[in-house]
Design a protein around this ligand. Structure first.
Ligand code: NI
Length: 169
């Protein structure tokens, strides 16, 4: 089932997600719906608050559905190590048409649970590392505009307000 992706400034996007404690069928159905929604929107990452569910669940797939081994489910994820820097363009499904360069760690190590509750650790670099940091930010209620320079943030907020006035947001 394709879920509705909410846009900025929907309050749920700024709310820290609750940890997941029940790893049941309902959770796995929700995770499957998140993948379906992300593929329909052609994203490489989606966090539960973006579908108005304030829980610490995110899905990532850099192949956008082409490689099954790229499907990653991160539940209750934490970044345990960061290293280096990268400065690349980023987008967000909750900010259609907004793209901006954001500084992130080049490499991260994360710890997370899968949809069965099993803990795992994983290292990621470049785009995957960026996706993990962006999505884990969502679970903390942190949006990528807050990671922009004040000047770029202002510029993009003005662009959004203009689109809201024109009814295109
Ligand atoms: Ni996002």
């Amino acid at each position: 089932m394709i879920l509705k992706v909410v846009k900025y400034p929907e309050p749920v996007l700024s709310q820290p997600g609750e940890p997941v404690t029940e790893f049941d069928k309902e959770l796995r159905k929700f995770v499957a719906d998140m993948f379906e929604t992300m593929y329909a929107e052609q994203g490489i990452g989606l966090a539960a608050p973006q579908v108005a569910v304030p829980k610490r669940i995110t899905v990532v797939d850099l192949s956008m559905g082409k490689k099954p081994e790229d499907r990653l489910v991160l539940i209750n994820p934490e970044i345990i190590e960061r290293d280096g820097k990268q400065y690349e363009e980023e987008g967000c499904l909750s900010f259609p048409d907004i793209r901006e360069k954001i500084q992130r760690a080049f490499k991260v190590s994360i710890r997370a649970q899968d949809e069965y509750g099993k803990w795992f650790e994983m290292d990621a670099e470049e785009l995957l590392s960026r996706a993990f940091q962006h999505e884990i930010d969502h679970l903390d209620g942190v949006l990528f505009i807050t990671r922009m320079s004040p000047l770029k943030r202002d510029l993009n907020l003005r662009k959004i307000r203009k689109m809201q006035r024109e009814g295109t947001w």
